[in-house]
Design a binder for this molecule. Structure first.
Ligand code: MN3
Length: 197
């Protein structure tokens, strides 16, 4: 069973960049819905294996992909942020970003472009491709479409409207710009070191 992780800080700790009201709704309602959706999909798949022919396996697998992906991306998104965040990374992730993207600034520009141009709802992701020892920037529509299979997310930015609309209205670019001020590079470094081991 999947469970909703606690936030590693208080709801208002990311202000003024992300408002308390957004954090409360986003974590307590939206993320919880993905946890529940993923668990329901697992239960239904088990029922189907036990002979319940009323379960539509294809539809349930689609639900699992959507809700599970939403749960995982949010579970990374919260610790990816910190009231003491922002600035530029140090450590091994800084070297790897420079190696794979040329410089931190060119990485940041391209990641912001990815976030600003997701069509409809989705995410910008910095992922590690362990098959080729390479960082990639990718977009996800919804939570699960346009995925690069086999990669591990290190840094996730939610650009669903529920992540910013109450504070930034339709100005996604301002939200993305403000979000850089709370990026927890220590957490990204930890994830990177774990995946390259
Ligand atoms: Mn969200």
């Amino acid at each position: 069973k999947y469970t909703l992780p606690d936030l590693p800080y208080k709801y208002n700790d990311l202000e003024p960049h992300i408002a308390e009201e957004i954090m409360r709704l986003h974590h307590d309602k939206h993320h919880l819905a993905y946890v529940n959706g993923a668990n329901l999909a697992l239960e239904n798949l088990e029922k189907a294996r036990k002979g319940d022919t009323t379960i539509d396996v294809r539809a349930t697998l689609r639900d699992l992909s959507f809700h599970y992906s939403g749960h995982i991306l949010h579970s990374i998104f919260w610790p990816n942020m910190s009231p003491k965040g922002g600035g530029s990374p140090g450590g091994k992730i800084a070297d790897k970003i420079k190696e794979d993207f040329g410089s931190f600034d060119s990485f940041k520009d391209q990641f912001s472009k990815a976030a600003n141009t997701v069509e409809g709802i989705g995410w910008a992701l910095l992922v590690y491709d362990s098959f080729n020892d390479q960082l990639l920037i990718i977009q996800a529509e919804k939570h699960n479409l346009l995925a690069a299979q086999g990669t591990t997310p290190l840094l996730t930015l939610d650009v669903w409207e529920h992540a910013y609309y109450l504070q930034y209205k339709n100005d996604r670019a301002s939200y993305v710009k403000a979000w850089w001020n709370v990026v927890n590079w220590d957490d990204v470094e930890k994830r990177f070191q774990k995946v390259v081991k």
